[in-house]
Design a protein. Structure first.
Length: 201
């Protein structure tokens, strides 16, 4: 831990664990792993399990307001807990907290296919071509990860979705080491259901 990180830990306390990534990149799986490992989550149960996420979404509705409101005081109560925040909202997190970001990476073709199926079930349709969406996803990820690496209130651990499905115990240990918390890695690994990896390249 750097001197600056030590200073920030003394000033702002324990980091908020942020599980992030593109929609449909495995963030719900990561939240489920943390819950199984013994970490307290910031969730409200408003969005319930459905065909797209049979094991649940693990979300809090107030997260969606990060980009619209300046009152982010509720985040202080989340220190030491885990909250799911989609990657497009990370830039709105205030710098008076520390954030340990578990960032889920997934093949962009799989992300696109999963998002398309979700939209189809809702009777919605994308107005942007697949090629353009893939370009937008890639550019967005470059920008977001550069921001996470450049700002002192963030620390970053990137996790590959397919690798977690293939060997969940190894990556449960990686997450525990990154967060430096006494999580139950065996329970975390058991929370991974490979049957939910339904859109594959």
């Amino acid at each position: 831990m750097s001197l600056q990180q030590v200073y920030r830990r003394c000033r702002y306390g324990r980091p908020i664990v942020v599980v992030s990534g593109l929609p449909r990149s495995g963030t719900s799986m990561a939240m489920r792993m943390l819950a199984a490992g013994g970490m307290q989550l910031v969730v409200d149960g408003v969005r319930t399990a459905d065909e797209d996420n049979p094991a649940g979404y693990f979300e809090a509705e107030r997260v969606k307001d990060l980009g619209r409101h300046t009152d982010h005081n509720w985040l202080r109560a989340a220190r030491g807990q885990a909250v799911k925040i989609v990657s497009s909202l990370l830039e709105h997190l205030p710098d008076h907290n520390n954030y340990a970001v578990v960032f889920m990476n997934r093949n962009l073709q799989e992300v696109l296919a999963s998002q398309a199926k979700m939209l189809a079930r809702r009777g919605e349709d994308s107005q942007t071509s697949d090629e353009r969406l893939l370009e937008m996803f890639a550019a967005h990820l470059v920008r977001v990860k550069a921001m996470l690496r450049s700002r002192s209130h963030f620390s970053l651990c990137e996790i590959e979705y397919k690798d977690v499905v293939a060997d969940p115990l190894v990556h449960a240990r990686r997450i525990r080491a990154f967060l430096n918390q006494p999580l139950d890695v065996d329970a975390m690994a058991q929370a991974v259901d490979p049957r939910l990896h339904r859109n594959r390249v």
